[in-house]
Write a protein of this length. Structure first.
Length: 156
C-alpha cells in the first residue's frame, strides 16, 4: 500500500491583505506601553501629566492643535479634579487614575475629523443612551459650552 502525500500548498490567496493592526494602531499601542512604563517610574504628578499632554498637543498639525489647546483649557476650567495625562499618545484627562475623557486628533489615524470622547468611568449615564464621543471639525462657542457641561458632569 502506498502512502499518499497531501500538498503543503496554502489554500488562501497570496494577494489577500493580511488582517491585523494598521501601522498607526501599532504606533499608538507602542506609545501606550511607553506611557505605562513612565507612569510606573514616577508618581502620578499632575505637573508631569500636563507637561506630557502639552508636548503631544504641540506636535499636532494646526487645526488639531488649536482644538486641543482650547479643549485643554476648557477641561481644566470645567473639571479641575481631572488630571491631564497621555493615553495611547493622545491628550486625556483622568480621575483617580482612570481616563474620563480624551481628544483624538484627526491626524492621529488619518481621519476626516477629530474626536472628543468619554470612557466608561465618565459619569454620563442617563437612561438607556448617552454620549460617548463626538466628531469635531471645529469648536464653536456653543460646542465649548456643551463640552464644558458634559466634562463637568462626567467628572462628578
Amino acid at each position: 500500500m502506498k502512502d499518499t502525500q497531501k500538498s503543503t500548498k496554502s489554500t488562501t490567496a497570496i494577494d489577500e491583505p493580511a488582517q491585523g493592526w494598521t501601522a498607526d494602531e501599532k504606533a499608538a499601542m507602542k506609545e501606550r506601553a511607553k506611557e505605562m512604563k513612565a507612569e510606573a517610574r514616577r508618581s502620578a504628578d499632575k505637573a508631569d501629566g500636563e507637561r506630557d499632554v502639552l508636548a503631544k498637543i504641540a506636535e499636532m498639525p494646526g487645526p488639531d492643535r488649536a482644538m486641543a489647546e482650547r479643549l485643554h483649557a476648557l477641561i481644566k476650567a470645567s473639571a479641575p479634579v481631572l488630571s491631564p495625562k497621555t493615553w495611547y499618545g493622545m491628550p486625556a484627562y483622568a480621575k483617580d487614575g482612570k481616563v474620563v475623557c480624551f481628544f483624538k486628533a484627526a491626524d492621529k489615524f488619518k481621519s476626516r475629523y477629530a474626536t472628543f470622547g468619554f470612557e466608561e468611568d465618565a459619569n454620563l449615564d442617563e437612561g438607556t443612551m448617552w454620549p460617548t464621543s463626538f466628531a469635531l471639525t471645529e469648536l464653536t462657542a456653543a460646542d465649548e459650552a456643551r463640552i464644558g457641561a458634559l466634562v463637568k458632569k462626567a467628572a462628578s
